[in-house]
Design a protein around this ligand. Structure first.
Ligand code: DX5
Ligand code: ZN
Length: 216
């Protein structure tokens, strides 16, 4: 499978959200990455259901929704109704992760688990066969435009080995600080999906930058 690119809407121009969604529709991007922050799990608040619904209204590609919120179980149905196709929760925010994953899947969404930079991929061994995606945070979650953490390569390699030995079908997604200098090494190390916010939206030609990130 060739790798997927998921531009992060967090870096879009919210006064021109339809224009930016249509740009991604037209581009070679594969998914919309949608970052939801609650000001509790992370020290920032992004946006909620009305904005996700507005994106969904124009998007012709799947919505990859990344929940950086405490107690996500309260809102799984509401995220489904707002248009989420893939729903990713944080390992650190879910005391009953297996139950949460089953609930996401029962609602007809793909289920992902995200881990913060300090969380070991080894903690996923007992859930890896149940999930569609692992999102490795390559910055501390909360803000776009941060510097990539180099230890991420080591985590990708270890997770790739866990996926191989367990015969899991989970995709490896990398989120934070992805740019044109590191994307190829991330793919080589075993990543399947790359999120890019700042790299895409601060580019003078976002469509071309997305196309560059798709090159192998
Ligand atoms: C950070 C978010 C990321 C962010 C990535 O908490 O999860 O998705 O938008 O932004 P860049 O690509 O700018 O680091
Ligand atoms: Zn994200």
């Amino acid at each position: 499978m060739s790798h997927l690119i998921a531009p992060s809407i967090l870096s879009a121009d919210f006064a021109n959200i339809q224009r930016d969604v249509e740009m991604i529709n037209k581009s070679e991007a594969d998914w919309f990455h949608v970052d939801v922050m609650d000001g509790m799990f992370v020290p920032n608040i992004s946006f909620g259901f009305p904005v996700i619904k507005a994106i969904k209204k124009h998007a012709i590609k799947p919505l990859d929704v990344h929940l950086m919120i405490v107690d996500p179980d309260r809102y799984l149905q509401t995220f489904k109704d707002a248009g989420a196709d893939i729903l990713t929760v944080h390992y650190e925010a879910c005391p009953h992760l297996h139950r949460t994953i089953q609930a996401i899947k029962a609602l007809g969404m793909k289920a992902g688990v995200s881990i913060n930079p300090h969380t070991s991929v080894n903690l996923l061994i007992d859930i890896i066969s149940d999930i569609d995606l692992v999102l490795i945070m390559s910055v501390n979650p909360g803000f776009g435009g941060q510097k990539f953490i180099e230890n991420t390569y080591h985590k990708i390699a270890m997770l790739r080995e866990i996926i191989r030995t367990t015969k899991s079908k989970a995709l490896i997604e990398i989120d934070g600080g992805v740019d044109l200098n590191n994307y190829a090494k991330l793919i080589d190390t075993g990543a399947n999906v790359l999120v890019a916010g700042n790299t895409v939206f601060s580019s003078p030609n976002p469509i071309q930058t997305i196309s560059d990130l798709k090159k192998i």
